[in-house]
Design a protein around this ligand. Structure first.
Ligand SMILES: *Cc1c(COP(=O)(O)O)cnc(C)c1O
Length: 376
C-alpha cells in the first residue's frame, strides 16, 4: 500500500489515532458500515500491510498481528475457550506455551491434558466430551518432536475440537499446517520472520470467521497489539524470508551432518538419525534452521561447550541470521519442574543450536574447536 508520495519501501504510520472529515464518517466507521481506521489498537496501515503479506505467504483467509509470539498464543487460546472446556496439548512445548497450558488455563477453569505429541493415539485417548482445542508445536522447541498434523487434526475434528499449531520453527516457507487440516496457525514472528534479532512480534492466522470474530473481539478489547514500527521491521523481514530460510536450512544441514558424526546424539529433522525423519520430511520441505545436540556429561559439559565457542553466540533466542546456542534446561525451560523437563525430553546434556547465515565452514570450525576443548 503506497501513500501519495509513491515510496518504494512501505511507510511507517506511527500514529495512535485518526481524524475524519466529518462526524458522520467516524460514526459510520464505529457502526462498521464504512471501512477505515479508527484507533491503532484496532487497525493501523503498517500493521495491516504486515498482516496481508503474511496471510498471502501462509495461504490463510485472515491474519491478525500480535505484540509477541506469546501474545499470539495467549490470544489464540483464550479468545475461544471458556470455563468447563478441555484442551489437549503436545507436552513438548516452548516453556511459556507450556506455562499457558499448565498454569494459566486451569486458573480460569479450563482443564488441560498433556500428551506425548509424537503418539497419534495418545491424542485420541485424551479426548473428553468437553474437548474444545488441540495445541501443538511441530517441530517442538527444543526436543524436535514432530506431530503428525493431518492425523491429529482428523482426531480433533471428529471430536468437534479445533487445532492450533505453533509453527515458529518451520515458518510458512517449510510447512503450512492449514494444508494438513489445522484450523489456526500462530507465530512468534520474533524468530525467522524478522530473522535478524531486532523486534518482538507475533501473528495468528485462520478462517475469516475466527480471526474477524472471536479473535478480533478479544484483541481489540485486551490490547496485545503489534506496534507499527515493529510491524514495519517484520514486513521487511518477510521480503527475504524464503531466501534466508533456503540458505540457513542449507547451512544447518551441513552443520548437522558434522555434528551427527561427532556428538553422542543429534536431533535434526532432515537427517535419518531423527526418529521421526520420514514424518518430518512429509510435512516440511527442509529440516529447518534449528537442531538439538547432546553432550556426554550433563550440564557441566554443556555449559563448558557454550563457554568455549567464539563465533557462535550464547543466546536463548533462535531464528537469527547469526548462529546462536543455548542450554534449554538452565534457560528457556528453567521455569519448569525438573520432572516436567525430563518427561518432555529436555535433558541436562541437551544444547539447542540455531544456525545463521555465516559460512557453515566457520560454524563447523568453531564447534569442532569447542568440542575438542571439552574433550568430545
Ligand atoms: C519464541 C517462541 C515463542 C514465544 O514467542 P515470543 O515472540 O518470544 O513471545 C512461542 N513458541 C515458540 C515455538 C517459540 O520459539
Amino acid at each position: 500500500m503506497r501513500s501519495e508520495f509513491g515510496e518504494t519501501s512501505e511507510a511507517i504510520f506511527l500514529t495512535s489515532g485518526y481524524s475524519y472529515d466529518d462526524a458522520e464518517t467516524v460514526a459510520a466507521r464505529f457502526r462498521g458500515d464504512e471501512k477505515g481506521m479508527t484507533y491503532s489498537r484496532l487497525q493501523n496501515p503498517t500493521v495491516a500491510m504486515f498482516e496481508e503479506r503474511l496471510r498471502l505467504i501462509e495461504g490463510a483467509d485472515a491474519c491478525r498481528a500480535m505484540a509477541s509470539g506469546m501474545a499470539a498464543m495467549t490470544a489464540a487460546l483464550l479468545s475461544q475457550l471458556r470455563a468447563g472446556d478441555h484442551v489437549v496439548a503436545g507436552r513438548a512445548l516452548f516453556g511459556s506455551c507450556r506455562w499457558l497450558v499448565d498454569s494459566l488455563l486451569p486458573k480460569f477453569g479450563i482443564e488441560t491434558t498433556v500428551v506425548d505429541g509424537r503418539e497419534v493415539d495418545a491424542w485420541k485417548r485424551a479426548v473428553r466430551p468437553n474437548t474444545k482445542l488441540f495445541f501443538m508445536e511441530t517441530p517442538a522447541n527444543p526436543t524436535m518432536d514432530i506431530c503428525d498434523i493431518r492425523a491429529i487434526s482428523d482426531i480433533a475434528h471428529n471430536a468437534g475440537a479445533v487445532v492450533v499449531v505453533d509453527n515458529a520453527f518451520a515458518t510458512p516457507v517449510l510447512q503450512r499446517p492449514l494444508e494438513f487440516g489445522a484450523d489456526i496457525v500462530a507465530y512468534s514472528a520474533t524468530k525467522m520472520l524478522d530473522g535478524q534479532g531486532r523486534v518482538l512480534a507475533g501473528a495468528v492466522l485462520g478462517s475469516e470467521e475466527f480471526i474477524e470474530g472471536e479473535l478480533l473481539a478479544f484483541t481489540r478489547n485486551t490490547g496485545p497489539t503489534l506496534s507499527a514500527f515493529n510491524a514495519w521491521v517484520v514486513l521487511k523481514g518477510l521480503e527475504t524470508l524464503d531466501l534466508r530460510m533456503a540458505k540457513q536450512c542449507e547451512n544447518a544441514l551441513s552443520v548437522a551432518r558434522f555434528l551427527d558424526a561427532r556428538v553422542p546424539r543429534l536431533l535434526y529433522p532432515a537427517l535419518p538419525s531423527h526418529p521421526q525423519h520420514d514424518l518430518a520430511m512429509a510435512q516440511m520441505s527442509a529440516g529447518g534452521t534449528i537442531m538439538s545436540l547432546f553432550v556426554a556429561d550433563g550440564r557441566r559439559q554443556a555449559h563448558a561447550l557454550l563457554d568455549a565457542l567464539t563465533l557462535v553466540d550464547i543466546s536463548n533466542n533462535i531464528g537469527d541470521s547469526r548462529s546462536l546456542m543455548t542450554h534449554p534446561a538452565s534457560t528457556t525451560h528453567a521455569g519448569l519442574d525438573e520432572t516436567v523437563r525430563e518427561e518432555m525430553g529436555v535433558a541436562e546434556s541437551m544444547l539447542r543450536l540455531s544456525v545463521g547465515l555465516e559460512d557453515p565452514a566457520d560454524v563447523i570450525d568453531d564447534l569442532d574447536r569447542a568440542l575438542c576443548a571439552v574433550g568430545l
